[in-house]
Ligand binder design. Sequence first.
Ligand SMILES: *[C@@H]1O[C@H](CO)[C@@H](O)[C@H](O)[C@H]1NC(C)=O
Ligand SMILES: *[C@@H]1O[C@H](CO)[C@@H](O)[C@H](O)[C@H]1NC(C)=O
Ligand SMILES: *[C@@H]1O[C@H](CO)[C@@H](O)[C@H](O)[C@H]1NC(C)=O
Ligand SMILES: *[C@@H]1O[C@H](CO)[C@@H](O)[C@H](O)[C@H]1NC(C)=O
Ligand SMILES: *[C@@H]1O[C@H](CO)[C@@H](O)[C@H](O)[C@H]1NC(C)=O
Ligand SMILES: *[C@@H]1O[C@H](CO)[C@@H](O)[C@H](O)[C@H]1NC(C)=O
Ligand SMILES: *[C@@H]1O[C@H](CO)[C@@H](O)[C@H](O)[C@H]1NC(C)=O
Ligand SMILES: *[C@@H]1O[C@H](CO)[C@@H](O)[C@H](O)[C@H]1NC(C)=O
Length: 511
Amino acid sequence: MKLTAVAFAVIAAALLNGAQAIPHSSVEDTAKSQRRHVARATSFPQYNFTQPLDHFTDTGITFGQRYWVSTRHYVPGGPVVVFDGGEVDAESRLPILDTGIVDILTNATGGLGIILEHRYYGASVPVANFTTDNLRWLNNDQALEDSAVFMTSVQIPGISENITAPGRPWIYYGGSYAGARSAIMKVRYPDIVYGAIASSGVAHATLRDWRYYDIIRQSASSACMAQVEKAIVEVDALLENERTHAEVQALFGLPNVTHVQDFAAVLVIPLEFWQDINWDPSISDSTFDDFCDAIGTPDDKTVKTAQGLTVSSATAKYATYINQQWASSCTPPSTQDDCFGTFNASQYQVYDLSQTWRLWQFQVCTQWAFFTTPPPDPATPRIISRYITEEYSSLICKLAYPPGQFFQVPATPNITDVNKYGGYNIAADRLAIIDGQWDPWRGDCPHSPAAKPRPDTTIRPFKLLSEAIHHYDENGLSNHTAEPPVIQTIHAQEVEFVKAWLAEFKAPEGA
Ligand SMILES: *[C@@H]1O[C@H](CO)[C@@H](O)[C@H](O)[C@H]1NC(C)=O
Ligand SMILES: *[C@@H]1O[C@H](CO)[C@@H](O)[C@H](O)[C@H]1NC(C)=O
Ligand SMILES: *[C@@H]1O[C@H](CO)[C@@H](O)[C@H](O)[C@H]1NC(C)=O
Ligand SMILES: *[C@@H]1O[C@H](CO)[C@@H](O)[C@H](O)[C@H]1NC(C)=O
Ligand SMILES: *[C@@H]1O[C@H](CO)[C@@H](O)[C@H](O)[C@H]1NC(C)=O
Ligand SMILES: *[C@@H]1O[C@H](CO)[C@@H](O)[C@H](O)[C@H]1NC(C)=O
Ligand SMILES: *[C@@H]1O[C@H](CO)[C@@H](O)[C@H](O)[C@H]1NC(C)=O
Ligand SMILES: *[C@@H]1O[C@H](CO)[C@@H](O)[C@H](O)[C@H]1NC(C)=O
């Protein structure tokens, strides 16, 4: 993989769908798995819904919000199941309409299936470039209102009936960031959203998302995590020592990375791929497992290096892996700072529409945060360096979005804009919460170790999928009986509670 500075900034920043500074890149998926999704998708008609650029102040400007429709199982009069595309090009979500949760729920209910793209992503772009000023309509209030307006007024070509809410029951589904949106939609528009499913919904925004890597540490192979922990503690000590700092960077093949934080961040890259593991091998990413194979299992050996250091074999193997998989892909004319540096403000000053990394990153910097850090308690074991501070993880927010004439990125994201809907405790009747035990985002979901336990009921389903990672219930196989038992079970439960909700539906008077 050839990394450019900006490409790295995106990996670093994005951890969510794959989105943050070391985010969790878009709280979600890698470009690679998205391509695979597109490759196997059947075709569904694509339409545009006209939305105002600004729902709250009339600008006279509109844009086309893309959506795709499946009428495969639709029985006139049936419900509508809408899937929120979240912070990616929603075309990558089409398999969900074909063999995933939308197909499963519409098949079971005679429903109409829709994938709805989020403003600014994919082809639903309302602006000419992604400057700070032009990103000012990319926020929770505007994007939530898009969905509400769509649900209450869409008229689908070829369908003459009035399928809008609240006359019809709409079931809203989202995973990850879109999962948080699904929960928030149910709370904010209780009369429009009849039922909602929030899968891995990161409804609790936080400035220091230290649980992200802590959950990986507790979920991945213990031998591999013991190796990482041992190496990271050793590397941090070598970095702190002026006499060995340069040698340890050279050992990892990164002698010319100027800032120690940028060096420490490269060591985090393989860990970010944990969230791209999926139960379906055809979309699962093997990078994390390859890394664990390379780093081996604990032993008491030490290695004398070419730089004159004596290090554990864990550190030596980690160094070999980083050298081979990451450092070596950065070649002249790029410098190592071009590839791995995040401190050079000029590298971010590109605003054309191909710079899609600016989008989720902007949402992170303004409202969602999730900045990566090690655990606050020094006694808690850690698999990332102490140099990965909140200040470092959020540096891109200061450098990439110079103040505009009409908008400035705040000094700190206003996470109240997210958490005011309930955070971990977000709840409503006919809102289902589904999380994964091994999901690194679980710390930001209602199944966070920090959240209160809740009962699991039909009206408020609350399900933690055993050994599952990120929104594992979202995709499905064309042959459902070939899915692992935990996936078949959750799909059956989703069918069951959605049918139970629909059985109670009464159109409001006058609708
Ligand atoms: C949707 O609208 C965009 C402009 O907003 C346009 O480029 C595109 O062709 C439209 N697509 C369809 C299917 O109408
Ligand atoms: C569709 O639903 C029927 C029963 O309602 C079930 O037998 C069948 O397996 C379902 N098919 C899919 C693809 O979900
Ligand atoms: C971005 O687009 C605006 C119009 O929306 C234009 O005025 C501005 O010059 C553009 N800026 C850049 C850097 O392309
Ligand atoms: C369609 O149904 C909605 C309620 O879902 C109602 O408010 C609206 O007036 C109806 N539109 C038409 C054209 O009948
Ligand atoms: C580091 O910089 C030196 C001096 O510019 C250069 O000779 C060397 O090739 C660089 N090493 C790497 C791995 O980039
Ligand atoms: C900063 O980034 C710009 C644009 O990518 C590049 O031209 C410049 O050489 C970089 N400066 C340093 C000191 O690396
Ligand atoms: C942060 O968001 C909350 C809730 O939306 C709002 O009331 C508050 O004014 C915002 N704070 C700032 C500093 O903008
Ligand atoms: C579906 O998967 C099951 C379980 O793996 C297998 O027994 C069955 O043959 C498959 N059916 C088809 C049509 O491939």
